[in-house]
Design a binder for this molecule. Structure first.
Ligand code: ARG
Length: 380
């Protein structure tokens, strides 16, 4: 073995680099891949199971000494929060808050759904009452706790409240809006949690909390035009459906515009109750709005000063003084389609000109339009 002296510095550099790498690896909690497919951007975030902690019970409410990790709570904390789950990984133990028994088949959860043998779209028997004069989503009412079992609340470290909504479409998938996740780094995503079976976001009475192991958003999402505002999250571990947690129905793929126009639709979320509010409501709010013809919406948004193009991949819904608002994004707008009382998600809350402004409907990404895209990332 002849080793020239000049090799030594190289070896030294190699070992130095290796040490730095190891050090970084040991303090960085996130291992991720970010890549694109022909129609999506995919961000995968590995689970983190530090062996020394693997068997520990990170039970609520003890905070975790994150000696090996960058502590997101000091770095990203922009405001105090009391209810963010401390450690968004499967080891986190849910407080035993739910009295709802887990059942495999959601068809068994309501008499209506039992009769109709539906396994998706469980919800109230009819759209929320229009007459309730209670402040809400904007102009809505408080939902009956757990009456919309497919609603999901998305949280991220550093924010005390839900930042976006979503909906359960399978035991491992949440449908939401691309604009909810598009700006996130893999590290942000590693601090993200999905709350299911939740009513009170302030007290966080969620039945289940999940980490997000993959974010997929539409590759053609455009933040300026709000087009292609669709994303699918993979949650980990999978959920078992129960009376308070079950999937929404999805419409068949279709680019037909106006197939739901004129229908009453329910909107729901933990978003602002007023355009200018800074604090969101504690509890899930709901309201009934009407889906309007796409052409009417195009006209509304074509006005000077707004000039936003509404396309066939969107649908719009409005009602006097009622609308989704900031924080409701990503959440579902649902109708009782066909002859069943099951709730079908026709849109994903996307944007609006202010909230509940007269002459401006709320705009939603059409689920039927994106159904094939959704299927791709729902099934793989
Ligand atoms: N972009 C908003 C969000 O991020 C949703 C806005 C819905 N606005 C409306 N007027 N319908 O939460």
């Amino acid at each position: 073995m002849k080793m020239r002296m000049s090799r030594l510095p190289h070896l030294a550099i190699f070992f130095f680099a290796a040490s730095v790498h190891l050090l970084l690896f040991s303090i960085c909690p996130v291992s991720s891949r970010i890549y694109r497919t022909n129609d999506a951007v995919v961000i995968e975030v590995d689970d983190v199971r530090p062996s020394t902690f693997a068997n520990r019970n990170f039970a609520n409410p003890a905070p975790i000494p994150m000696m090996y990790a960058v502590n997101p709570y000091t770095i990203l904390l922009s405001q105090p929060y009391s209810n963010f789950p401390f450690w968004p990984y499967p080891l986190y133990q849910q407080p035993a808050s739910s009295s709802v028994p887990d059942v495999e088949d959601v068809a068994a959860t309501s008499s209506e759904s039992k009769q109709q043998k539906i396994n998706c779209g469980v919800g109230p028997p009819s759209p929320p009452q229009r007459s309730l004069p209670v402040a809400a989503i904007v102009g809505g009412s408080e939902a009956i706790p757990n009456s919309w079992p497919f609603i999901a609340g998305l949280r991220i470290a550093g924010r005390s409240s839900v930042f976006c909504g979503g909906s359960i479409i399978s035991p491992t998938r949440i449908l939401t809006a691309a604009h909810c996740v598009e700006k996130m780094s893999a590290f942000n995503i590693s601090t993200m949690t999905v709350n299911l079976g939740m009513h009170n976001q302030t007290g966080n009475d969620a039945d289940h909390t999940r980490r997000v192991s993959r974010v997929v958003y539409h590759i053609a999402y455009n933040a300026n035009t709000n087009q292609n505002d669709v994303a699918v999250l993979t949650i980990d571990p999978p959920i078992v459906y129960s009376a308070a947690v079950s999937p929404v129905c999805l419409p068949r793929a279709s680019s037909a515009v106006d197939q739901f126009a004129g229908k009453d639709a329910a909107i729901m979320g933990w978003g602002r109750e007023n355009e200018n509010d800074t604090i969101p409501p504690d509890v899930l709010k709901q309201a009934t709005v009407q889906i309007i013809p796409n052409a009417d919406c195009k006209t509304q948004y074509a006005v000077g000063g707004v000039e936003m193009e509404i396309t066939n991949q969107q649908l719009c819904a409005s009602a006097d003084g009622r609308d989704t608002c900031q924080g409701d994004s990503g959440g579902p707008i649902v109708v009782q389609a066909g002859s069943t009382t099951a709730w079908t998600q026709v849109g994903i809350t996307s944007f609006g000109n202010g909230c509940a402004k007269p002459n401006f409907a709320g705009v939603y990404a059409s689920v039927a339009f994106f159904r094939n895209w959704i299927n791709t990332y729902m099934n793989s």
